[in-house]
Design a protein around this ligand. Sequence first.
Ligand code: PHE
Length: 336
Amino acid sequence: MSPPEPLASALADLDALEASGLAAFRQAETAEAVEGVRIEFLGQKQGRVRAAQERLKVLEPPDKRPYGQRFNTVKQALEAAWDAARARAERPDRAPSRGIDVTLPGHRPKLGHRHPLTQTADELVDLFGRFGFAVARGPEVEDVRHNFEALNIPPSHPARDPLDNFYLPGGMMLRSQTSTVQIRVMERQPPPVRVIAIGRVYRPDTVDATHSFMFHQIEGLMVDRGVTMADLKTLLRLFAQSYLGHDVKVRFRPSFFPFTEPSVEVDMHWHGGDRWVEMGGAGMVDPNVFRAVGYNPDEVTGFAFGLGIERLCMRRHGIDDIRLLYQNDTRFLAQF
Ligand code: PHE
């Protein structure tokens, strides 16, 4: 038998055993790790707790009682730590040591939505769809025939000035108006026609609060027997009231476009507002345009109109600078 040990150092070893056992259980994350710690400390044959119990035998008789009492509290503490570690390892998503607390409120992912211009375009398609208009399309890179010639705009016309258009090599250009789509539709199909076309147009304008080198237009074309200017005015009034409100007034001013005769400029006025705002141009399709696409101007008549989509969108939402529509600042876009 080994010589008797002083009680103080034996109690200090119990303290150290308790501290290292508690720490080991706290750090064990998986069920296997917990079991490893259990074997090391609470194992029946080789466990460190078991070894501490063996030490009772080498203590002086009066030391056995205080040592035994402290030993019992250490053993109970480690058994409790084992229970807690096991419970935690069985629900790993609750383990604080993993850094994930599933009970915390989540981060809501940011969802985008359609751009206000796209919303406006979609609403226009919907509205004119109810008036019986189908949607047509044409290319943004156009030839001079569709942008000018078939629209009765001769080579000498100032609208063809290189300073007012984006010309490309090979007789092509970025279209300056969606009236090009009128021609493309009539080339493809015989009358009657009732279409709208929505898309980008390009003009080398200096950018300011109401101008941009690129903007969007909605073009309308209706061709049939007996279509009149009264039909055009009625349609545009109905449209303005449906889209912008019943108190909207629409004014037609005499104007000139090579592809319509007579031609008008379309203004809109809001009750409570102080001024008329020009929305675009319109008129009765010029007989020369019908001839250019092989329609017989003695058989059919038609009207056409072209409105600026940015203006409609801005008036509808009270936006005062066109540039806001192109900057994609989410603080702006989130408002629509
Ligand atoms: N294309 C003309 C413009 O861009 C608008 C217009 C369209 C006028 C159709 C008459 C008929 O200014």
